[in-house]
Design a protein around this ligand. Sequence first.
Ligand SMILES: Cc1ncc(COP(=O)(O)O)c(C=O)c1O
Ligand SMILES: N[C@@H](CCOP(=O)(O)O)C(=O)O
Length: 434
Amino acid sequence: MKYYSLNRKAPSTTFEDAVVRGLAPDKGLYFPESITPLPDSFFETIEHKSNTEIAFEAIKQFVGDEIHEKELKQIIEETLSFEFPIIEFDTSISTLELFHGPTMAFKDVGARFMARCLGYFNKNNSRNITVLVATSGDTGGAVANGFLGVKGVDVVILYPSGKVSDIQEKQLTTLGQNITALEVNGVFDDCQDMVKLAFVDSELISHMQLTSANSINIARWLPQLFYFMFAYKQLKNKYKKIVFSVPSGNFGNICAGMVAQKLGLPIQHFIASNNANNVVTNYLKTKDYNPKASVQTISNAMDVGNPSNFIRIEALYSNNFDNLKNNLSSYSFTDNETRDALSEIYSAYNYIADPHGAVGYLGALRHLENKPNDHVVFLETAHPTKFLDVVEDVIKTKVELPEQIKSVINKKKSSITITDYKDLKRFLLARNNT
Ligand SMILES: Cc1ncc(COP(=O)(O)O)c(C=O)c1O
Ligand SMILES: N[C@@H](CCOP(=O)(O)O)C(=O)O
């Protein structure tokens, strides 16, 4: 499979090169040159396949022969070593729990897949790779965990100071070894902009091999398409019209879902559920795409003002606004609405959601007002205990901490504060000269 840059000013390249580079030299996101639908028989028999078999069939065209079949299967098997259960609330709404991995957020799958692909490509390379990551909360922890101790790879995580939850901060600042956390005086978009700038800084890239482990990187982004197939597999014999409500920030997850649909997965419609950071909700209303500074909310991992992946969504629809609007709706919800949803989900279904999932639930309800016969799956993208203060305050109940959270909660944070791109560059160059 070849990948082209969405800025169209860099040559097309291989899967390996796109993974190792992260971002194209013209600062564009890489995108597959083609997406070939899987045969109907794949979806007709999907409930008889294991998650590993589904994932292998779904991803193999994107990897091509660049990773041997046996090793690709092994990578997928190791990546998917936990559950992806559907919890049915009633005949209209289900949730797909994506938080059973090591850091309890959906990012674990992409981070683990990418770490293993990079390990595969880097095995005969004596040069160290520096993985740069911007996080609004969850990517940082998942990438730190996925790459911890990987030989030849250094991870540098940029996160907005004071704008991630306490547990998220512990997950990304306490591992040590090859992981360094940089605490940025700014918002997530500042972190993401600095990462993108680093990739086109000729002085930096002459000193080091940089890549990204954000959804910028195709090996972090594409495996997210598995979730939609795992949900379909569990629901296809019960519901005809399956809709996904995806709590969205950087829009990588929902865009991966759209790739699954292009592969032939029968998805009726997508809902991008947003918090107050509502660039896409506004775009679908006004046709005016207007990125703006992000605002802080209780669903902090979605506090993104300039969603990186929206350009990939436009590419999937050949920039045709009407076609996109037929397949995608988007709604935005306030923190008070989110708190009310957390409370309602708890009292009506005895289920403890996290604030991001609660935004997804609200999107599902909004959709069902006009389409009561659809079945909406909202994605539970993180475990509620990652947002303990908010959740316990709303449901007025103590929530038991899972092992994954207990193991970091008392660890000591270690981070370096930076203010701007000059600080980041100085840090990277100094480290590379030692
Ligand atoms: C818990 C949670 N929900 C939703 C999102 C939004 O996902 P995306 O950035 O792929 O839109 C994130 C961050 O990525 C997240 O960590
Ligand atoms: N919400 C993310 C932001 C980065 O998204 P990514 O999918 O591009 O890595 C986070 O939690 O860090």
